[in-house]
Design a protein around this ligand. Structure first.
Ligand code: PLP
Length: 400
């Protein structure tokens, strides 16, 4: 762990374009020619290294990005996909079939929750949702049919922290695959180094960082990635959520500045979280000592990238949350929008947006309150100025 630095691993890769370009060439083809029919057959059978058949299976541009993301997460291999959900659903379907069972954190992205709760049962896959921060509760939910333990490093939207080392031990003991969605904490946390078997990202968020595309990735062993792409039985190959080459080339260019961006997102979020907490607002940020998992998270992170850019404030009621978000947008402090990782601050009330798939009574049980605003703090140059402007909005609406 000591010598593992995800950003250095990306930096250490060297790619050249076809004509000596400093960027790798984009493979603008869906299909590839062969000089002999025999090579085509062998490629189809998976026996030919370095030959390409058809871009739903793999393409040179996607393989460059796969390699960079595998280097970042410290896994043998990776497979990029057309969206984060396009990484999550094939991964789970590759691991589970009819009769199998998943133990999942109850505070996860609403789309993943809806897939496990509403869609997977149609295929005979059941899920028990648990408080992931309590290892004894997680273990008690494991049955003879359980195949997968699923969580997010830092959960959406409540920013709960999963004890990945503890969960990895549990997974080993019960012969389960630990799948971790690391979307909220790229570079800051390296789940595979803490014992996770599979690491997933929605590239849509921090990794791409420019809110111009959706994308996803599954980082895992070569064996698992090969199984996802198997022409006869691979969930990614057969369900077909393939990323386009043009897009993977563009995500790759943005990945190169991820380390600089993450440091600034973390710095700005920490700055605001400390001040709003001092001002008496209910503030949740893993970098604050008041966060229930702060001590644990401190031991998990690659410290130079900080505690991340996600923060929540509870302003009491949905009406106040909506008024504040509208006012902040009018003052150009950010955008009232879902998603995260943009250069501008993005804010939304998760109960009525990104987590609206979760039934109201379950939202209440997990502590997802009406007045909660989720912030993805931007790359603002002068964060004190931002703080003063946000505070003025809150004063105007009698929130503080
Ligand atoms: N995982 C997390 C933590 C997310 O927040 C999201 C989207 O908001 C996803 C996965 C799904 O990613 P995508 O929208 O790229 O399919």
């Amino acid at each position: 762990m000591k010598n593992f630095n995800p950003a250095d691993n990306i930096q250490d890769l060297q790619y050249f374009g076809e004509f000596g370009g400093v960027n790798p060439s984009i493979s603008d083809s869906s299909t590839y020619t062969f000089l002999s029919a025999k090579t085509m057959f062998d490629t189809f059978e998976g026996n030919m290294e370095g030959c390409y058949l058809y871009s739903r299976h793999s393409s040179p541009s996607n393989l460059y990005l796969d390699k960079a993301l595998a280097a970042m997460e410290g896994t043998e291999s990776a497979n990029v996909s057309a969206s984060g959900m396009g990484a999550i659903t094939p991964t789970l379907l590759q691991l589970c079939g009819a009769g199998d069972h998943v133990v999942s954190s109850r505070t996860i992205y609403g789309g993943t929750y809806a897939f496990l709760k509403n869609f997977a049962p149609r295929l005979g896959i059941k899920t028990t949702f648990v408080d992931i921060t309590k290892l004894e509760i997680v273990e008690a939910a494991i049955t003879a049919e359980t195949k997968v333990l699923y969580c997010e490093t830092v959960s959406n939207p409540l920013l709960e922290v999963a004890d990945i080392e503890g969960l990895a031990k549990l997974a080993k003991r019960h012969n389960l695959t630990l799948v971790v969605d690391n979307t909220f904490s790229p570079l800051s946390v390296s789940p595979a180094k803490l014992g996770a078997d599979i690491v997933i990202h929605s590239l849509t968020k921090y990794i791409n960082g420019s809110s111009d595309t959706v994308g996803g990735v599954t980082c895992a062993s070569q064996e698992f990635i090969d199984s996802l792409k198997n022409v006869n039985s691979g969930a990614s190959m057969l369900l077909g959520p393939t990323m386009d080459s043009m897009r993977s080339a563009s995500v790759m260019k943005n990945l190169r500045t991820l380390h600089i961006r993450m440091k600034q997102h973390s710095y700005n979020a920490m700055y605001l979280a400390e001040r709003f907490e001092k001002d008496g607002l209910i503030t949740v940020y893993p970098g604050l000592e008041s966060h229930p998992s702060h001590k644990l998270y401190k031991t998990m992170i690659n410290a130079e990238y900080g505690f991340g850019g996600m923060m929540t404030l509870d302003v009491g009621t949905l009406a106040k949350a909506n008024a504040l978000m509208e006012l902040m947008q009018a003052k150009n402090l950010g955008y009232l929008a879902v998603s995260l990782g943009f250069y501008k601050t993005l804010f939304s009330a998760p109960g009525t947006s990104t987590s609206s798939e979760i039934p109201l009574e379950e939202q209440i049980e997990m502590g997802l309150t009406d007045g909660l605003i989720r912030f993805s703090i931007g790359l603002d140059n002068d964060i004190e100025r931002t703080y003063q402007m946000m505070k003025a909005c809150m004063k105007e609406l009698d929130i503080m």
